[in-house]
Design a protein around this ligand. Structure first.
Ligand SMILES: [Zn+2]
Length: 108
């Protein structure tokens, strides 16, 4: 049996007793170019499948010995397991921005 723990609070998640929530974060540079119409910049529900295919292509090319240059464009794909309470916390405040009392900004 697989054991999971919450990536936020490190609490073990008993999959038989509670729901384990998976949070996926995709970060990539937005390409605001109207001529690019076959990319996932706007909306792409099949992003995961595309990604898998891309990976397989990449692996095949690596096998073939082709030169593959990795360019770090800042894109990241992150995946976290969350317990129920952390899920609620995250949904309310996805970016972890401190909320509550307004700071005393001076409005000149
Ligand atoms: Zn948690």
């Amino acid at each position: 049996m697989l054991h999971y723990s919450c990536d936020a609070c490190k609490r073990p998640i008993n999959a038989q007793m509670e729901v384990r929530h998976v949070m996926k974060i995709e970060i990539f540079p937005a390409i605001d170019d109207a001529t690019v119409d076959d990319c996932c910049a706007v909306d792409c529900s099949a992003a995961d499948d595309d990604h898998l295919e891309e990976m397989q292509e990449l692996l095949q090319r690596l096998d073939a010995g082709d030169e593959v240059s990795f360019v770090d464009d800042g894109a990241r794909s992150l995946r976290f397991d969350l317990c129920e309470s952390c899920r609620q916390r995250f949904v309310k405040n996805p970016l972890g921005v401190k909320s509550g009392k307004q700071l005393n900004f001076s409005n000149n």
